[in-house]
Design a protein. Structure first.
Length: 115
């Protein structure tokens, strides 16, 4: 499984961005997809995830502002980020998890929220 994340950039506080994670390879045994983020000096943290059945889960810090979704036909995972805050600045990574608990990571895309 190969993952290619994109969509990061510079945005002002209150703005929006949509991240994409294009997947290729053997995807038939993937049952959990998610977005994580990391800032220098801190551990990578879960932002949002979605199961193959469409059940979503969000970090408290992004609830009501971020939406995770997937397009199975395009093999793409999305993260719609609205009302962005300074503290959302981070490198965002997509992660897929197989039914055998094998993780696959994308390369990361930088989101900078700054005025």
């Amino acid at each position: 499984v190969q993952l290619q994340a994109s969509g990061g950039g510079l945005v002002q506080p209150g703005g929006s961005l949509r991240l994409s994670c294009a997947a290729s390879g053997r995807l038939f045994n993937i049952n959990l997809m998610g977005w994580y983020r990391q800032v220098p000096g801190k551990q990578r943290e879960l932002v949002a995830q979605i199961t193959s059945g469409g059940i979503t889960n969000y970090a408290d810090s992004v609830k009501g502002r971020f939406t995770v979704s997937r397009d199975s036909a395009k093999n793409t995972l999305y993260l719609q980020m609205n009302s962005l805050k300074l503290e959302d600045t981070a490198v965002y990574y997509c992660k897929f998890l197989s039914v055998t608990r094998t993780p696959y990571w994308g390369q990361g895309t930088l989101v900078t929220v700054s005025s």
